[in-house]
Design a protein. Structure first.
Lengths: 796, 278
């Protein structure tokens, strides 16, 4: 603690002393899209006579450039918009210029609204940061035509997938629960629909997505491996507009516009699948009476009460439901709410306040006279963040703030129906309070060298209501080894942990278009999922740190070279990282996770490490855009009781990972996209023999985990978009034809080692059809081969 | 039990979007491992010890049976020793003089073969009470085929060691598909037999002859069978845990190497009936 206070003092001292030296006059303003008044982040602003004195507009369109001798000409450029040259005189309002940019009428590319400047990847401090414009994501060929944010992120270097068709992200050796996926600052606990095949994000509702996997700024914390920061779109303030699509399995609609005046707006967006409509057409009543759907609803209100204040309130609700003949029901939902207040306190001081509430719950019901039950659970996180950004001068940025979190993980409850033969089960709740304080400073030491240093302090308490168990010798071996039980009242302290998380990064410009970057990050994570399957399930059990489960910790070291070529047309980067993990958990064999209250008896604890080299070649400008990414990486875990205590690869360790994404604008009407992915096969365990026991023929496995591999995975997808030449019309439509797995590669989803009866892979013996022959065999299950889809998209 | 149910739902959904085909994979092979399956109950006809060796995965020959092992069980309460003898017709070791386990006693299994000594210990726990079996006809509905279903009534008077297995023999054929394993403990309470416990996974037809065997197991044998069922359901996919051999409760005392299988000692409650119209 003393160290933390000392560091804060040191930072404060540095702030004051340097600010005293650097303060100077500035010209400030805001850049808006003409016609909609939507702020344009990422626009270049500089003086014609002195281009070195410039700025990039921030996420709110605000910019600040050093004042020069006036009058002078200010140049504003932005991809897809007309360039503006505006003469600034002493009589202008130098503190709040208002600049309107008009879209280029003959722009071939869809306008991409992004905070990213053209050479941000070279000049910025970020390492392992990726920004995927929503327009790019929409162009990527998609499974069933469903444009998917998380599956698009899997195409970036350093991000692995668990397997075919899943949206889980495995970032630089981390498991899928180590990603903080947030909507407008609020976490999403289960970011997938339909058992992970689709992510919860409706692309039309999104403004921006940023992925941090290397240097995560000190403002963020709580997960070890990545931050996926998703912003919901704000409505425009000029007129009612809409967009949507009718797809193969779902349709969507988004409407936005001004709310009361041009200082407020709304947007509402919805999406629903209609698989259950097709099920209803089936002749078989067992299929016809089933339900299978998911939907999303989101909305966002924006208010600008003053020139200096902006308030947004957003909400997302997404739900899945699987019902079988009114007998079995399984539903789960996310409800994520966020309020953000941004205020420009002064020209150099900015305040961001974010309050949020995120809830995830599931319910399984089984209607049966003898064994009926309802089983449910709810996770909730309530939080608040206050961030102050201080810009003493154009070379220095300081962020400091607080983030408070309350985890409320409700008891897992199984209530039998009246008359049911089974008994009630209810675990104890698990709650936690986490207070985080941070400060970070970004300073341009010289023209070429910039350093960012940050420190985050996490103070975590597991609190009541709750129950803690005492075990023989202090080791949670089994239920039988419990010697005492301690019950805690509401908010009573059960266990305290704290952790300092230093974050350091530097960037050195070797030349105007080539930079070297290095970063070190430490992260703590106080909640995690207890599972030993690779794909997330809706019933996954999140476990907060407590008396017997320590928080997990990672340390990541990364370096990289970043270069832009041909006037920022091409980006090339190569990054390398080493990362280690402490207190990683896995499950003991045969673990019962879902209904146990003393979950610590079911887990094993160990460590892990990962390293890799990531290469990215990206083209951002021109008729043909896209990227080629290649990663070589290895991931290891070492956990007592697993694989003889020796290092092993988790399933998602896939050393070679190559992605090619190409978008080509053929003309103003036709465009096409193509993706190709290649990865080493998943690390798995195959049998080394077979034996007979209890009348069963059972595969024999060796003591080591995941020493075998699936065959390499590869797949190509393609799509063509036809956009009607209807410029100027109110209704603008386009057709998208896509094919997933264009050459029909049968990538394995699983291999089952089983007996082949009567030479059929799924033979079920009956008294009339007895077993005649039996032999050992391997049955491969594969999912999607040559899957075409069609989507009609529209705007009005 | 409910987790398995949910897992079955996911497996049932996969065929909607998946295809299957048989393939050949090159698999590593290790030297064969000794497999011991020892059943020691208070019912003489069930008691036996099988000793065999594992084989290559694609080897369709019968498993190698070990015929020259020394097998005996010690009663740790009385010091009594029960020798087993290999019977070629049954390809297993049977207790000499049809000796049986005594409820409440602790037993030690010993198998000595090829310089190795394997050992395991278990208590033959007292049985629960089985009072009656009711038979009800149920019509077809999702997850349930039409047929006659059994509901068992009784009492579990124990506060610990509540690990049970039910085996069902229909018309002299043991139901032994992976779906036929019926294992339960006291996770859902011990009053399950008092209220009547319907065996809803088994549909019978008229005139079926049914024999029901209720075993009360030691926890390690119960865990072994649970892990065995988990392995039988493991499809190697993303939703399955990494496959592992069930944890054996047999230890290698001397001679080194590994051993597979388990030792199960239990009391057995038997009940037989014939399904008829009434």
């Amino acid at each position: 603690m003393k160290f933390f206070l000392l560091t804060i003092s040191l930072f404060s001292f540095l702030c004051i002393s340097v600010y005293a030296q650097e303060n100077s006059l500035t010209v400030k303003g805001i850049i808006l899209e003409a016609g909609t008044n939507v702020p344009l982040p990422g626009a270049n602003v500089y003086w014609e006579m002195d281009p070195q004195k410039g700025d990039i507009s921030n996420v709110d369109g605000l910019f600040s450039v050093p004042q020069v001798t006036l009058p002078a000409t200010l140049i504003i450029t932005y991809i897809g918009f007309e360039k503006i040259s505006q003469t600034i005189t002493e009589t202008d309002n130098l503190g709040s210029l208002r600049i309107l940019l008009r879209p280029e009428e003959r722009s071939l590319e869809e306008v991409v609204v992004t905070e990213r400047r053209a050479d941000e990847n070279v000049r910025g401090m970020e390492m392992g940061k990726s920004i995927l414009p929503i327009s790019t994501i929409k162009n990527i060929p998609a499974l069933f035509g469903e444009v998917d944010l998380l599956r698009s992120l899997q195409l970036l270097p350093g991000i692995q997938t668990a397997g075919e068709g899943t949206t889980g992200l495995f970032v630089r050796g981390g498991s899928s629960d180590q990603n903080l996926i947030q909507i407008d600052g609020a976490p999403v606990y289960n970011p997938s629909h339909f058992f992970g095949f689709f992510s919860v994000f409706n692309p039309d509702a999104l403004e921006n997505v940023e992925l941090y996997r290397g240097n995560i700024p000190a403002q963020y914390g709580g997960r070890l491996s990545s931050l996926v920061d998703v912003s919901l779109k704000e409505g425009n303030t000029q007129s009612i507009r809409g967009e949507g699509g009718i797809g193969t399995i779902s349709s969507r609609l988004t409407v936005d516009g001004p709310l009361f005046s041009d200082k407020s707006s709304f947007v509402i967006s919805g999406r629903r699948t209609y698989a259950d409509i097709f099920l209803g057409l089936a002749n078989d009543p067992n299929i016809r009476n089933n339900a299978l759907h998911f939907y999303d609803l989101s909305g966002k209100l924006m208010f600008r009460p003053t020139e200096k204040d902006k308030i947004t309130i957003s909400s997302y609700y997404g739900s899945d439901y699987l019902g079988l003949s009114e007998l079995f029901g399984f539903g789960w939902s996310n409800w994520v709410n966020s309020g953000v207040w941004k205020r420009s306190i002064s020209d150099i001081l900015f305040l961001d306040v974010n309050l949020y509430y995120s809830q995830y719950n599931y319910e399984v019901s089984f209607s049966d006279e003898e064994n009926g039950f309802v089983w449910d659970n709810k996770l909730a996180e309530t939080g608040g963040k206050v961030d102050l950004m201080f810009l003493p001068n154009d070379k220095w940025k300081i962020n400091a703030g607080y983030h408070g979190q309350y985890y409320g993980f409700a008891p897992i409850s199984l209530l039998p129906d009246p008359g049911s033969a089974i008994s009630t089960i209810e675990t104890n709740p698990r709650n936690g309070i986490q207070n985080n304080f941070y400060i970070s400073s970004l300073y341009d030491i010289s023209e070429g060298l910039s350093i960012e240093a940050g420190l985050r302090l996490g103070l975590y308490n597991q609190v009541g209501k709750g129950v803690s168990y005492i075990y023989e010798s202090g080791v949670p071996q089994s239920n039988e080894s419990i010697t005492d039980t301690i019950t805690y009242s509401s908010f009573a302290n059960m266990k305290f942990y704290n952790g300092l998380e230093p974050r350091v990064a530097l960037r050195y410009m070797i030349s105007p278009s080539l930079s070297f970057k290095a970063a070190y990050n430490r992260n703590f994570q106080y909640i995690q999922v207890a599972t030993n399957s690779s794909a997330g399930l809706p019933i996954d059990r999140w476990v907060p740190a407590g008396p017997h489960i320590s928080p997990i910790r990672s340390d990541q070291y990364s370096i990289g070279l970043f270069q832009n070529l041909s006037n920022n047309m091409w980006e090339v980067s190569i990054e390398s990282y080493y990362k280690d993990f402490n207190n990683i958990i896995d499950l003991r064999q045969g673990a019962n996770i879902i209904f146990t209250d003393n979950i610590e008896t079911e887990i094993r604890t160990g460590r892990g490490w990962a390293y890799g080299l990531e290469f990215l070649l990206r083209k951002n400008i021109g008729k043909t855009t896209g990227w080629l990414g290649y990663t070589y990486s290895r991931t290891y875990r070492q956990i007592e009781g697993i694989s003889m205590g020796l290092p092993f690869n988790p399933r998602f360790d896939r050393p070679h990972d190559l992605s090619l994404v190409l978008n080509h604008q053929i003309n103003s009407v036709w465009s096409t996209s193509f993706t190709f992915v290649y990865t080493t096969g998943q690390a798995v365990t195959f049998p080394i023999g077979v034996y007979d026991i209890d009348t069963q023929r059972v595969p024999l496995y060796g003591p080591m985990r995941n020493e075998d591999r699936f065959p390499d995975y590869h797949r190509a997808d393609a799509s063509v978009t036809y956009k009607r030449p209807d410029a100027g019309r109110k209704w603008r439509g386009s057709w998208n034809f896509s094919i997933y797995n264009i050459y029909g590669r049968k990538n394995p989803f699983s291999y089952q080692f089983t007996e082949i009866l009567n030479e059929e892979i799924n033979f079920t013996p009956t008294p009339e059809q007895p077993i005649v022959t039996r032999r050992p065999g391997v049955v491969k299950t594969y999912l999607f081969t040559f899957l075409p889809s069609i989507t009609y998209n529209f705007e009005f | 039990m409910k987790e398995k149910f949910l897992y079955l739902i996911i497996i049932a959904l996969l065929p909607l979007v998946s295809c299957q085909e048989e393939v050949f994979l090159e698999l590593k092979e290790n030297p064969s491992t000794v497999v011991i399956e020892a059943i020691w109950t208070d019912v003489s006809g069930l008691n036996q010890v099988s000793v065999s060796r594992s084989k290559g995965y694609y080897d369709s020959e019968q498993a190698e049976i070990v015929t020259d092992a020394e097998v005996y069980i010690l009663n740790q309460n009385t010091g009594e020793k029960f020798n087993f003898q290999y019977l070629p017709q049954a390809q297993t070791y049977l207790p000499i003089n049809n000796r049986v386990a005594r409820p409440g006693n602790s037993y030690q299994l010993n198998v000595i073969y090829d310089t190795c000594h394997y050992q395991s210990v278990g208590i033959t726990l007292h049985p629960p009470r089985l009072d009656s079996i009711a038979v009800d006809f149920r019509e077809e509905r999702p997850f349930r085929e039409e047929g006659y279903y059994l509901t068992i009534y009784g009492d579990i008077p124990f506060t610990s060691d509540n690990n049970y297995r039910i085996r069902i023999v229909r018309n002299d054929t043991l139901l032994n598909r992976r779906n036929d394993y019926f294992l339960f403990d006291d996770e859902f309470g011990t009053e399950i037999l008092n209220r009547g416990f319907e065996l809803n996974g088994y549909a019978f037809k008229k005139n079926d002859r049914v024999r029901l065997e209720l075993y009360r197991l030691n926890r390690d044998a119960f865990d072994y069978l649970n892990e065995l069922v988990g392995l039988l359901f493991n499809d190697g996919g993303l939703f399955s845990p990494p496959p592992q051999n069930p944890t054996s409760n047999i230890k290698v005392i001397s001679g080194g190497g590994d051993v597979l299988g388990y030792f199960m000692t239990s009391t057995v409650v038997n009940a037989s009936l014939t399904i008829d119209e009434d």
